[in-house]
Design a protein around this ligand. Sequence first.
Ligand code: NAD
Ligand code: IPM
Ligand code: MN
Length: 367
Amino acid sequence: MTDTLLILPGDGIGPEVMAEVSRIIDWFGDKRGLKFDVSEDLVGGAAYDVHGVPLADATMAKAQEVDAVLLGAVGGPKYDNLDFSVKPERGLLRLRKEMDLFANLRPAQCFDALADFSSLKRDVVAGLDIMIVRELTSGIYFGEPRGIIEENGERVGINTQRYTESEIDRVARSAFELARKRGNKVCSMEKANVMESGILWREVVQRVHDADYPDVELSHMYADAGGMQLCRWPKQFDVIVTDNLFGDLLSDVAAMLTGSLGMLPSASLGAPMANGRPKALYEPVHGSAPDIAGQGKANPIACILSFAMALRYSFDQGDEATRLEKAVEKVLADGVRTADLMQAEGGTPVTTAGMGDAILAALEASL
Ligand code: NAD
Ligand code: IPM
Ligand code: MN
């Protein structure tokens, strides 16, 4: 049966970067025989405009059925004043929660050609290859009670950090499994010094390690110190496992090690489906970038590398994923740059489509 893909371009630069991914999907169909049954639907503000909700039930149902979902980005100023329950971001959170995509893989790799472009020194980032595993379906993003209540004549905003042992256990296993295929090291980050959920987190990660992954090197770090260490000497890390909120922050920090938020892909994986593949959604780490939307300036690489992750994690096409990653690497080595990858003084940037053209040409040259 043909593999199925649901594309949800979303808002802002989402549709712009996704257009380049679609061309690349077509290329793999034509030239590598990887045929996908692709359907497209709405998410975020785009869905709100049509359905009055950021994710229609029918779209949710489709997402549950396909082999993989590819998402662009959601959100934007047009939707900032909507009621919280229908904000674009709620559509994405619903997908993550209902598909139970508990392990969010956010690799941060510094391509050699961009090592001088990072805001950190070349030595600090050159050759960097780390993987942040962010818990994605629990923690303060979803904990109850939550809301804004009245108390003593003023309003109080409430969110609750909450983790069960089994939630920590399963994401820890994902991190250890990944580490075994990489540098065999896991650093777990929480704030066990001030949060009970952090104490439990540390305990469970250690327990899973001692019972089933004693061969993997495990360390623990407070998440604030982890942020500092990511900037000081990121190459000390291999896999970092952390909770939903800390993972959100730390992965944006890690983005700048690679030069631009426009470079970072992600895979959100759940439990295996009947066919043995994990439930999966692939999306760039960046958002809808309202400041550059509609101008053809967006860097499509994060979204393109997210498709490479889909080839690897959903479709068992590791070699084709590597082919795509190498094509991106070659284009960067050749000096092709979107505006986000240029210093103020340097050269003429290519457009979003220009970057797509260059990557397609590099793919063609790889045959
Ligand atoms: P953002 O990631 O959209 O943008 C931050 C900065 O990075 C901007 O200056 C932007 O121009 C730049 N940038 C981001 N992606 C880029 C790319 N591919 N190429 C070039 N430059 C790029 O974050 P924000 O401005 O904080 O948020 C804007 C909206 O996006 C908000 O509504 C937010 O909730 C939403 N958001 C969505 C997602 C998602 O859909 N997964 C992720 C983050 C933020
Ligand atoms: C991300 C984003 C999302 C998050 C928002 C848009 C819901 O920042 O994917 O990193 O906070 O998880
Ligand atoms: Mn984020």
